[in-house]
Ligand binder design. Sequence first.
Ligand code: GGG
Length: 352
Amino acid sequence: MQLKIALLGGDGIGPEVLAQSVKCLKAIEETFNHSFEYVEASVGAVAISNTGKPLPDATLKLCREADAILFGAIGSLEYDNNPDAQVRPEQGLLGLRKELGLFANIRPVKMFDSLIANSPLKEHIVRGTDLVIFRELTGGIYFGKKSISEDGTRASDVCEYTEDEIGRVTHLAFKAAKKRRKKLTLVDKANVLESSRLWRKTVSEIAKSYPDVELQTMFIDNAAVQMMMNPTQFDVILTDNMFGDILSDQGSVIIGSVGLLPSASIGRENAMFEPFHGSYPQAKGKNIANPVASILSTAMLLQHYGLNEEANAIVSAVNESFIKKVVTLDVLGSSKYGTDYVGDFISEHIVD
Ligand code: GGG
């Protein structure tokens, strides 16, 4: 298969982890006789420095033309420490999602049996955790009207949703639940928020078209507790943009490290794949970042194109790295292996 893949490393550790994904893609090309074309573009703080824009027009054009986008991470301390900055790196990522209509963010939280025995978090890791979060990605409070009063003492962010926005991600989540354990949990705050009540009404209506899937509703505060206490009760979780952002990072604790979790952002025309984690600027250039989240996002990319054998070859190579304890320090608490070494190990263990 021929694929044109846009590579957007972004900020902090983004380019370092993305480089490991590219090693794996090259191993897949060679092992399975595919031909991938790679095109690089800038986004985030790096792009602001070079062009003044977090999402330059050339980057957007390239992403529209590509078959898929591999994204690293976004965010920079320079901006985190400057709340007054009007142009911010995160606008690059949010802009991409909006411009490309990437309305569904799919975040699997699956425990790795091969890792559990070695992890310093083994007492917290719950065996059998295997859930997937469907986070609505182009609506809600992240994209609602924002305002700040002239004297800077009052600010607001509006959380707005339409039935259509809720409906399209809901259908994807139900279709996924049908292929899994047939349980969907809608997470909201319908006892307080009007937008959550629209979610409940719309999702309950759509549920009638999926009679074999059990629909459950849960308030976000309870869901946060339940996820820590008993994560195996969840199969598919469906939720809005902000609740999904928070809940999925929380999910990473259950499996050992945020550096292990991949995601896919799907639209009608485009698809983007990126690790859960952010840019971790403190680790930039130190060769300590975990490349597994980015590498597993690459497996999700291949799966999206029906290359299931190829995706499985990547997952098997990652498992092999866990078994051999070739992992970065976030997983074991200490490690002699860096980002590059782990990337080399995984790409060299990709076999047909
Ligand atoms: N790779 C994910 C990433 O860079 N996240 C940083 C971030 O600012 N995320 C905001 C969001 O996911 O809404």
